[in-house]
Design a protein around this ligand. Structure first.
Ligand SMILES: [Zn+2]
Length: 265
């Protein structure tokens, strides 16, 4: 009887042991590819001035849609495969991983939970983006590269959701705020955060990086154009059509950006 009890305990213990990120990479080529791509994306985002010491990118686990991968709390430029942690859709670290996580992982859990069409989320504070959130001027597509901005990026106002005190530290520091950010994003792929930064999403890491880089370029071009006069934005029809065309070619800049960061290592 005692022996049977021990066997049951052993089986329960095995079931409770979730595979670490490293073990999942060894077992599943899709997970390995996703994690390795995530590491390169961290370096590209830094190289392209989309993030600095702050900012992060996540990817949904290809083997489990209810979890995602995100680095532990380190600067994006130094992220390695060993730094990648796994989280559930409440932003809770899995696999008994007790390393320090990004305080704003709820940006990722909120968007990935509420948007099954999005598999990769990026957050950063790139300065060309900030003015739009501050002034309420809509960030709209001025050229084909950022056509995904559609009719303009919504602005998240944290004061409308923070409880009980609207004077927050501006961080998306819990699941409720992550859900609220996702609601403001709606069905779009880019959301501005007033007095803070931006969040971007796409169905793949490569596309999320592409959209982020060109949304930031759009912000600079739009600001310059607004100084010169009346700006002609892409019409909704032009935006929809050119998004379709340009996003078929994202492998090209991805290759360029990957080679750049590999050379600098
Ligand atoms: Zn932030």
């Amino acid at each position: 009887m005692k022996r049977l009890f021990m066997v049951v305990i052993f089986i329960v213990a095995i079931q409770a042991h979730a595979a670490s990120v490293q073990e999942q990479m060894e077992q599943n080529p899709a997970v390995k590819l996703a994690v390795e791509e995530l590491v390169i994306a961290n370096h590209i985002l830094y190289d392209q001035n989309a993030v600095d010491g702050y900012g992060h990118i996540s990817v949904r686990n290809p083997a489990n849609p209810n979890t995602f991968f995100l680095a532990r709390s380190v600067a994006p430029s130094v992220v390695k495969v060993e730094d990648i942690m796994e989280f559930d859709m409440d932003g809770k670290a899995l696999n008994g991983d007790t390393r320090v996580a990004y305080g704003e992982r709820f940006i990722h859990s909120g968007i990935l939970k509420n948007r099954p069409d999005i598999n990769s989320v990026i957050h950063g504070h790139a300065s060309p983006i900030l003015s739009y959130g501050l002034t309420g001027v809509t960030l709209k597509p001025v050229y084909h590269m950022s056509a995904f901005l559609g009719e303009g990026a919504p602005i998240f106002e944290i004061r409308n959701f923070a409880k009980p005190n609207p004077d927050t530290d501006m961080f998306i520091s819990n699941s409720d705020l992550g859900d609220a950010l996702s609601q403001t994003m709606g069905l779009q792929y880019f959301v501005l955060m007033r007095g803070h930064g931006y969040a971007a999403g796409a169905d793949s890491i490569k596309k999320a990086v592409f959209r982020t880089v060109y949304a930031i370029q759009n912000a600079s071009i739009q600001a310059e154009a607004m100084k010169m006069g009346q700006v002609q934005y892409l019409t909704p029809g032009e935006a929809a059509t050119s998004k379709e065309t340009i996003e078929k070619t994202i492998g090209r800049p991805w290759q360029l950006w990957t080679e750049r960061v590999k050379k600098s290592q």
